[in-house]
Design a protein around this ligand. Structure first.
Ligand SMILES: [Cu+2]
Length: 156
C-alpha cells in the first residue's frame, strides 16, 4: 500500500512539473506558456503565460515568431463602458523590474492568427520571443485542454 501511495505521489509530482514548465533568460522567466486546444478548424488561437522580471530594469516583449501561425500579435483586452470586451494589438508588453506580468483570458494575450496546423492537447509548439533587453528566447507553448472558448469568433 505504501508503494502505491509513493507511486501516486510520483505521478502527481510529474504531472505538476509538466504543467509548470518555464524558460529563463537573464533576469526573465517565462512561466507556463500555453495555448488552450482550439476547436477543430479554428483559424486562430490565444496563448497565455506569466512573465517575471527579477532584474533591476524593465524589459519589454516586442514580438513572437512561430511557424504554427501565419501571424502572431500581442493583444490587450479593453472592457468598454458598454460591457463588451474588445481586443486590440499592442506594440509591446512592458515587464517592470521585480514584477510578474500575467497574460491571461480577458487581459493581455498572444494571438496566433492563421494556424498552419491543428493543435492538439499535449503538443509542444516552438516559438521565439523577442525582448528589447534579453533578446531572443526560444520558448515552447504547451497545448493544454480546451477552455471551451472559440477565440477565433471573438471581436478583434
Ligand atoms: Cu486576441
Amino acid at each position: 500500500m505504501k508503494q502505491f501511495f509513493l507511486a501516486l505521489l510520483g505521478a502527481i509530482a510529474l504531472s505538476g512539473a509538466a504543467h509548470a514548465h518555464s524558460v529563463k533568460k537573464n533576469t526573465l522567466e517565462i512561466i507556463h506558456p500555453h495555448i488552450n486546444e482550439p476547436f477543430a478548424g479554428a483559424k486562430s488561437a490565444a496563448a497565455y503565460m506569466a512573465i517575471s522580471n527579477e532584474g533591476a530594469t524593465a524589459d519589454r516583449l516586442i514580438a513572437i515568431e512561430t511557424t504554427a501561425a501565419k501571424k502572431t500579435t500581442l493583444h490587450t483586452t479593453d472592457h468598454g463602458s458598454d460591457g463588451v470586451a474588445r481586443m486590440q494589438p499592442v506594440a509591446g508588453i512592458e515587464i517592470p523590474p521585480g514584477e510578474t506580468v500575467n497574460l491571461e483570458p480577458g487581459g493581455l494575450h498572444v494571438m496566433l492568427m492563421g494556424l498552419t496546423a491543428p493543435l492538439k492537447e499535449g503538443d509542444m509548439v516552438s516559438a521565439t520571443f523577442h525582448f528589447e533587453q534579453a533578446g531572443a528566447v526560444t520558448v515552447e507553448f504547451m497545448v493544454d485542454p480546451t477552455d471551451g472558448v472559440d477565440h477565433s469568433k471573438m471581436g478583434h
